[in-house]
Every structure is written in C-alpha cells, then in structure tokens.
Design a protein around this ligand. Structure first.
Ligand SMILES: [Zn+2]
Length: 256
C-alpha cells in the first residue's frame, strides 16, 4: 500500500497545507480517503487523475473533508471525454442522502454518467477490491467514522476527526502507520478533537508502528504538535506534509 498525503491541514486556509485528503494506492487501484478543497489539485501534482480513482472513502461530511467532491464529479463528467468506469463512494450513515442533495444542487453539471454507487457504514468490516476495510464510529459528529485498511499483511489506520475514543484505539492497533488528527494543543481540546495528550494515550494503547499527525489548526505549529505527542508516547511521530508519500509493506513502513 502506498499513501500520498493530499491534504495535511484543516478548514482554515494555509499556504502549504490543503484540508484533509489522502490518496491510497492499494491492490492496483487508486482510492481517495477524504477530499477537502485543493486535494484534487494535489492529486494531479501526485500524477493522478480523477478517472484513475475507483473508490472514495469519506470519514464524515464536513466541508474540509468533502468539498472537492463537486470538482471531482465535474471533472469526471467533462474531462478526458467523460468517465465511464464505475465509482463507489463509501461513507457513514447519511452519505447517500447528502450526495443526492449535492447532485441536486449542481444538477446536470455534475450528474454521473457512469455507474455510481454509495455504501454506507457506521461500524463494520468488509472486503473491497481485496482490501479488508474496518469502519468504526468516531467521537465527532454523530455520523463520523475512521478507517483501517489491511492488505498484504500491512495495516493503515485513519482517524478522521475524533475525540478520544475506544474505537480509535481499535482501528490503530498494530497498524504500520496511524494517520491521526491532532487538532489542538494541550489544554485547548474538545470532546470531538485530539490533543497531544489524548493522541499519546491512544498511541500507547494501540501500539502503531508510527504516528503521522494531520489536521493541526493554525496557528499551532504541526512540528511542535508532533514533538508534544512524541514526548508523551515515545514512539515515532511526525507531522504530515502535503504530497508526502508512505509505502507500507508487510514488514512495516518504509519511507522512499
Ligand atoms: Zn476536519
């Protein structure tokens, strides 16, 4: 599995960080996991095209995780002669109603002319394209999830947005790389986001190979936030950068 960070930031505009998004190349397919504004351009910078994407997984429906779905659908309809390959959208309960409202708002400019399906899950495990996908509800909006992807003996975990929660520990347990939100500094946390202290407790309980933090709200420095997690947990912790690439093999994470 190969993960390219398309957006390491938040909904607050930053010059070097788009809101949340990841490209996951797995089992010969190209998936997206969240697509905040600007991440479609980052996909192009990573050498990908919307028509390469076979599946989109959404952690929740907030704009900083979904806004580029509209330009994605627009590009799928009008780019390169129009998409014909199927696309599956995976998201929490409410995704199907939400996407149909979005399609109604933009009408024929974005209406898919290709096989388009929606799979909703708030808690479950299933196989998608040979990848074992585990979904757990997170402590954010009522309809928010995190994902664990397992393929070839390696596992990746994505917290989405969440507060401290047993489900996050379950997703991250033994994962080669745990991509975790770390929105606020110590003392500034809420029940629906993580701080270095709460993330360190999750990491200590879950024992991932490494933690990569994302979604740090300005003006907090992501590097300082990563150092604060590292000081409490002691494992490998770094701050994600846009277009950073992570390769995961069965033996563990390898950075090219
Ligand atoms: Zn967010």
């Amino acid at each position: 599995m190969r993960v390219t960070v398309l957006g390491s930031g938040t909904g607050i505009p930053a010059p070097d960080r788009c809101p949340t998004g990841f490209r996951v190349d797995v089992s010969g397919a190209c998936w997206l996991l969240d697509l905040g504004s600007g991440t479609l351009r980052r996909l192009a910078e990573s050498g990908g095209r919307p028509n390469d994407v076979t599946r989109i997984l959404l952690t929740h429906l907030h704009p900083d995780h979904t806004a580029d779905l509209v330009p994605f659908l627009f590009a799928s309809r009008h780019g390169e002669g129009g998409r014909t390959a199927p696309l599956e959208l995976v998201g929490p309960t409410g995704t199907d109603a939400w996407i149909h409202e979005l399609l109604a708002a933009y009408g024929r400019w974005v209406a898919p002319r290709f096989p388009f399906s929606v799979r909703e899950s708030l808690d479950g495990e299933f196989l998608l394209g040979g990848v074992r996908v585990t979904v757990r509800q997170m402590a954010h909006e009522a309809w928010s999830v995190g994902y664990r992807l397992e393929s070839g003996g390696g596992a990746l975990a994505f917290s989405g947005d969440t507060g401290e929660h047993a489900g996050v520990v379950e997703l991250a347990r033994g994962a080669a790389v745990f991509f975790a939100e770390c929105s606020f500094p110590e003392g500034g946390g809420t029940a629906t986001h993580l701080t270095p202290g709460s993330l360190a407790r999750i990491a200590a309980a879950a024992g991932p190979g490494r933690v990569v933090i994302t979604h740090v709200y300005p003006p907090v420095d992501p590097e300082a936030q990563a150092a604060a997690v590292r000081a409490r947990w002691g494992g490998e912790v770094t701050a994600a950068r846009d277009l950073e690439v992570f390769e995961v093999h069965p033996a563990g994470p390898v950075r090219p």
